[in-house]
Ligand binder design. Sequence first.
Ligand code: NAP
Length: 418
Amino acid sequence: MTAPELCELGHIPELGVVPKKMHAWVIRKERHGPPLESYQREIVDVPEIAPDEVLVMVMAAGVNYNGVWAGLGHPLSPIDVHKRVYHIAGSDASGIVWKVGSAVKRWKVGDEVVVHCNHTCGQCHRCNGGDPMLCQEQKIWGYETPDGAFAQFTRVQAQQLVVKPKHLSWEQAGCYMLVLATAFRMLYGHPPHTLQPAMNVLVWGGSGGLGSMAIQLIKAAGSNAIAVVSTEERGKWCMEIGARAYINRTKFNCWGQLPSTKDRVPYSAYLKEVQRFGKAIWEITGKGIDPDIVFEHPGEQTFPVSAYVCRRGGMVVFCAGTTGFNLTFDAAYVWMRQKRLQGSHFATLMQADAANHSVMDGRVLPCMSEVFEFDAIPKAHDLMWKNQHPSGNMALLVNAPATGLRNLEETRQFAVAS
Ligand code: NAP
């Protein structure tokens, strides 16, 4: 079959037939700003693949904060990183292998896959026996690389693929990997501070993407997740997915950067409020029992509290600074109580694969909240940017023509029936 110029969304050509062009949501430098402005639908070339790469027909994708940052062009423009004049965002996808590079051995055309977003050189000592997240060329696909998930086809390295859990629909499979694998590395990737049974873990943003995955991993390990949320509704949702308890952060007023430790009066008032928050944790864990791990990502607004409430010798692990990067903390409480402050970034294939198995065996659910059509991709990002999104992970239909379809066969049958 000769390759068509362009396929309409949801039209699945013969297996392995690659059109020349594709529909995509495109960010350009001159449009950086809120998602409703920065994202525009365009028709662009289908990417060419290198020998170690795979072309994936994207069936569904996920919404995560990378897509918000990429649109805003803050703290940096992805276009300045990869230097192509336009950017296709999207760091989560499920789909079908549509073409493989000449060096790819592990995957074949037709395989149904989930994409993880760690892009590395594959050749250095870190990638071979070390920690690939420490590879000098490590990048996040769909953020620091130009061809992400919000298009009919995407170009990924062969090592970015894991098997799609068969029981999930395309959209369920496309919405969880980025946050799940990140949470997995935060909780298991920094020995000796790894998740053990009967630990207490404070989880900021418990109803968010990262938080919902962390709560389930913590529960599966036989530990206690204490979720922090901003509404009762979100708190109750966290309990439904396995949190031991939740704390509503709006009942406390100890947020933002640490006041100067030299201004004793305001500092003491601040410390009292932090201790009140700490006591709310003790009401759950028992008097004097502080969290073994603090699962941190809001950043500037919460970091001083995280560093204070973490137990002696415990770890504050953080992967973001959503509310700001100028993190502050009272150093005396960190050195004297010998706490570890640990940065963490996405995950390796090994960690993504292990995390994916917890989805395959049903211990972790994707927590898919709402499914958006391809045309609503900017709207979904707008909701996330404004912290108005529903609990869990939002999913996006790309080539999947309807919800609930789980594989290529079902997708083709649906096309014939309709
Ligand atoms: P999300 O689904 O929007 O969840 C974030 C949660 O943060 C929200 O549910 C919100 O819950 C909470 N939050 C918002 N403002 C807050 C504040 N002022 N104080 C305390 N909590 C606040 O986002 P996500 O997908 O979990 O991602 C969170 C961050 O992690 C983003 O910046 C993202 O870019 C980053 N991230 C980094 C990596 C990495 O590999 N480095 C991977 C994934 C995500 P409440 O309002 O209910 O408290």
